[in-house]
Design a protein around this ligand. Structure first.
Ligand SMILES: [Zn+2]
Length: 452
């Protein structure tokens, strides 16, 4: 469990850092940097020679040994309980929810989902996610496991009223009031625990109607009403694929963007995942409403779809890159984001390492309303820091170090992860959770269900 009193008494100097600093939207690497962490925030960051670091024996000095220090990744679309699913659904070009052959929430008990979510949160931490936006079935059961890992979690129950077992096994949509009430009840459980939390707390609650097709129009309108009453962020899947488009069109006589618009869901509070195959008019509407576009590069390419990042950028939309469940490495997502968009863009140079990093730091900080204290290494910002160990094999960085980080480094090069001033990954291992025990439990769970 996160110990707030420990964080408040926390103070140390992180020295010998090659800090990745943002200035006017561009990132650069500054060597010989020191970071003074007091409590859960950065009290000072700058050139080591100008630091006020003294020989005060009471204050810890942690030598980073020239590690690259990046602002922690803000991973805005994750279903942590499904992160153990790598490999299972990769040959299927759609989302698990539409396909019973991929293990998923409807097949697991709440206790099993909680274990899988804990394992997923550890994996997210190991890939440098200091914040995740996590939405899934029985999130109220999983929240304690997520909390234990020590990263920031914006949690929400997967609210829906379509019977997802019927959908996965037969492709039909059956809406049931009882399912709506069950999922909303679990959402209320989360709110009871976390609604009073603020920016210093790791656990925050938002609301997560699953999608325009798996929620009836009435339920979407109810989620919109609840979000406004409670001033909550909203996470949703939007224009994820043909199932959704066909269902919304036949049920409501409109497309998914129009449907969310008519329910009052479009706005700066909405984090819309996927947003695939949209015409320019709908892209323009999302941008105008300041809805944040979350691109899951791996999942989206897996489904055979273009990213349309240029169109979103031209419309002025805030675009964030997230892993979803298909990519176990945020750095893989970032370089794919650059390279794939160059295929499409008339100005391929516009996609560079800086833009990739912004899509996992500055942009998602804006999406979750945390531009003031997350997404940058700067004085007054929360001490959410990823330390990447210089790898003598993959790069000889006399120059172009930012490019080396984005194009050449991988999850396994991430040595330490600091959240709210506390180490949650140290020397490549999670601090607060037993990775191998969680893995054993996940193996046991899948051993049962893979034979179903
Ligand atoms: Zn998703």
């Amino acid at each position: 469990m996160h110990d707030a009193s420990r964080t408040l008494g926390n103070e140390y100097w992180l020295v010998n850092v090659a800090a990745v600093i943002e200035h006017d939207g561009k990132f650069e690497v500054r060597h010989h940097t020191s970071i003074h962490v007091v409590g859960n925030a950065i009290a000072w960051i700058g050139d080591s020679e100008r630091s006020s670091l003294t020989s005060d024996a009471k204050v810890r000095v942690i030598d980073a040994h020239d590690a690259y220090a990046l602002p922690g990744f803000i991973n805005t679309h994750v279903h942590s309980a499904l992160l153990s699913n790598h490999g299972r659904g990769d040959d299927y070009a759609g989302a698990p929810i539409y396909q019973h052959r991929v293990a998923q929430g409807i097949m697991f008990s709440p206790d099993e989902l909680a274990v899988l979510a804990g394992f997923g949160a550890v994996q997210a931490a190991l890939m440098g996610s200091t914040t995740i936006v996590d939405n899934y079935e029985h999130e109220d059961a999983s929240a304690g496991y997520l909390e234990h890992v020590g990263i920031r979690c914006y949690v929400s129950e997967r609210v829906h009223d379509a019977d997802l077992a019927v959908l996965a096994y037969s492709g039909r949509y059956e809406y049931q009031h009882a399912i709506r009430e069950q999922t909303l009840s679990r959402q209320h459980n989360l709110e009871d625990r976390y609604a009073a939390n603020g920016d210093d707390d790791l656990m925050r609650v938002m609301i997560g109607p699953h999608g325009p097709d798996t929620c009836s129009r009435e339920l979407l309108a109810e989620c919109s009403r609840l979000a406004k009453a409670r001033q909550q962020l909203v996470a949703i899947h939007l224009s994820q694929g043909a199932h959704e488009r066909d269902q919304v069109s036949s049920r409501d006589g409109m497309d998914s963007v129009e449907l969310l618009d008519s329910c009052g869901l479009l706005g700066p509070w909405l984090l819309a995942g996927h947003c695939l195959s949209l015409p320019r008019s709908r892209i323009a509407r999302l941008a105008q409403a300041k809805t944040h576009v979350i691109q899951m590069v791996g999942a989206n390419l897996k489904s055979g779809c273009r990213l349309q990042s240029d169109e979103f950028a031209q419309a002025g939309a805030n675009v964030c890159v997230a892993t979803d469940n298909m990519m176990p490495d945020m750095l893989d997502c970032l370089r794919l984001y650059v390279l794939v968009n160059r295929l499409d863009s008339p100005h391929p140079d516009n996609y560079d390492a800086s833009r990739a990093l912004a899509s996992a730091t500055i942009n998602p900080a804006l999406a979750i309303g945390r531009s003031h204290d997350l997404g940058r290494l700067a004085k007054g910002y929360k001490a959410d820091i990823v330390l990447i160990e210089p790898n003598p094999v993959v790069s000889v960085p006399a120059s172009g170090e930012l490019q080396h980080i984005v194009y050449n480094y991988r999850r396994d090069d991430i040595r330490d992860v600091i959240v709210n001033g506390e180490f949650v990954v140290k020397d490549h291992a999670p601090v607060n959770a037993d990775l191998m025990q969680l893995r054993q439990e996940a193996l046991r769970i899948f051993a049962v269900h893979d034979h179903d």
